[in-house]
Design a protein around this ligand. Structure first.
Ligand SMILES: Cc1ncc(COP(=O)(O)O)c(C=O)c1O
Length: 275
């Protein structure tokens, strides 16, 4: 009897299955709505100019491919932190921020899920209905409970914010609330700045654990604006007072004013949740 006798073949990932079906379909007018990637007019996935430039810059500069520390490349972690939080929040919160380099977004989600499982094994992770197809299996695979909150309203093509708000308001303390920072996958429907702000207050009041998946920063309103969603508890009110195309402010390096009323900027309340 082999160790592997009970291993069952996994069903093909539904997104990848669609990709394969698309490839096999001979109709000339077919459109691939499955995998979210940019294609050029010739059906090729272009390499962004910035990637080519970065490769050219690095070429010849790298002198060694030694081991990294387990948490990754310090310069990358530092830059990512700056990108997500911006200079102002970073200065205020730096001692509460930890960055770890991961293998892509999927690896980051898996790391986050494992951390939650270790710290609070009885946690339930609430996912938007619908959500990215791999979210449920990543969190359930880490041994966590997974459930859904209402999100998309097919009638309007937008977020059903009242339904989402009511669901969030009823969540138990310690519940992990998974949010898409921008470009919600698969619907493309995002919260409005005022919704983010209200949500931040609810999360604070209900003592929920926000878990933001920021897979598409830069694809909605630009890199800076999109990144700010990922630290919305501190930045939501900056959004509501900012024009959509921000002009740099002389007061701060990233063109945003700090938000004194934001939950993140206030002293943390003592945690007294059950899990
Ligand atoms: C919402 C969301 N999170 C995470 C990922 C995974 O990112 P990566 O391809 O870097 O593993 C994706 C990719 O489609 C995604 O859409």
């Amino acid at each position: 009897m082999s160790l592997f006798d009970h291993l069952q073949p996994e069903a093909l990932d539904p997104i990848m299955a669609g990709f394969q079906e698309f490839g096999a379909d001979s109709r000339p007018d077919k459109v691939n709505l499955g995998v979210g990637m940019y294609y050029d007019e010739d059906g090729r996935i272009p390499i962004l100019q910035v990637v080519n430039s970065a490769e050219a810059t690095l070429s010849g500069r790298v002198t060694s491919w030694g081991y990294l520390q387990p948490d990754g490349l310090p310069a990358l972690r530092d830059t990512a932190k700056r990108l997500v939080f911006g200079d102002t929040l970073l200065a205020a919160l730096n001692d509460r921020i930890v960055t770890v380099q991961s293998l892509g977004g999927t690896g980051a989600l898996k790391l986050g899920a494992d951390v939650i499982r270790r710290l609070a094994p009885a946690s339930t992770v609430m996912l938007s209905r619908p959500t990215w197809g791999n979210h449920p299996s990543i969190f359930a695979g880490a041994g966590l409970q997974v459930a859904e909150y209402p999100y998309f309203d097919p009638a309007t093509g937008g977020v059903d914010w009242p339904a989402m708000r009511d669901a969030v308001a009823g969540m138990a303390p310690g519940t992990v609330l998974l949010l898409h920072a921008c470009c919600h996958n698969p619907t493309g429907a995002d919260l409005r700045p005022e919704d983010w702000q209200e949500l931040a207050g609810l999360i604070q009041d209900r003592r929920l654990v926000p878990f933001l998946d920021m897979a598409y920063a830069g694809f909605a309103d630009g890199l800076e604006a999109d990144s700010q969603h990922a630290c919305w508890p501190g930045l939501a009110c900056r959004h509501s007072s900012r024009p959509r195309s921000p002009s740099p402010s002389p007061s701060t390096a990233n063109g945003s004013a700090p938000c004194p009323s934001s939950p993140l900027m206030q002293p943390r309340r003592a945690w007294s949740g059950t899990n």
